[in-house]
Ligand binder design. Sequence first.
Ligand code: ADP
Ligand code: MG
Length: 287
Amino acid sequence: MKSFMKSGAKELEVPPAMDAEEAARKAYEHDQGLTKHTFKPGEHPIVRIEHLNKTFTDTPVLRDVNLDVWNGEIVVVLGPSGSGKSTMLRCINMLETPTAGHILIEDQEITGSKKTDVNKLRRDLGMVFQGFNLFPHMTALENVMVGQVKVLKKPKEEARVEALKQLKAVGLADRADYKPPQLSGGQQQRVAIARAVAMHPKVILFDEPTSALDPELVRDVLNVMRDLALHSGMTMIVVTHEMDFARDVADRVVFMEGGVVVEQGLPSEVFDHPKAQRTKEFLGHIR
Ligand SMILES: Nc1ncnc2c1ncn2[C@@H]1O[C@H](COP(=O)(O)OP(=O)(O)O)[C@@H](O)[C@H]1O
Ligand SMILES: [Mg+2]
């Protein structure tokens, strides 16, 4: 059986999503040795991407992307500008609709179904963008509280306690009453991270979180992310050009170019012994 999805004039053809048990077994076989993740017996991936295709008008931007992410895994996605990294993240949290293919969160397909509860999905998936996206008229504390109150329906007092805890964790307890324009870019991004973590999502997606920052502010944000990666048990998919961060923190590095996953593996393997010519060129170029 094949499933079809329309893409402009063309038709893209992909197989239906795999059975959960079969997918888990295949993902385990595929990913063993490519990640530092410690597999539990019979574990299923928390995010499954199968044959993901995205075409904007006539331009294919993602071409048959297949990727599994495991609970607690830190996956760093590298690749040149325009390779489809943001589009992939945006498909995962349904800011974009895939042209064809499947995305499943804990074996629940979110693609191609009208039944997907987008609000629930966005609760499960935190997102940290390049541009912070804080509410400028609210204080840091209010920014970290608002989703908890509006989306999670938490009582304000509880949300405040959680917000203060998360602001403290990113080193900004003393800036709780500041508004974004009174904060540096690095501080704003740390508020954005606190806001995402305060929702206790299943997965946090980071899209070049330090790319808009002055170099001296990058370190503080990376330290916060490093701390999260090493101590929170959170699953993180991080698009970044910060190679040292990728090397130190990633369980697995994924290199994308031209809308495909060119290569993936342990950071030491991808950085020190890249297999694909394009990975070699990219890593050589960016250093
Ligand atoms: N909404 C859109 N409409 C048309 N083209 C888009 C849109 N969003 C992204 N693209 C194109 O898709 C390609 C991949 O973009 P993107 O996913 O942002 O790459 P990356 O994040 O790796 O830099 C680029 O060529 C970009 O111009
Ligand atoms: Mg991008």
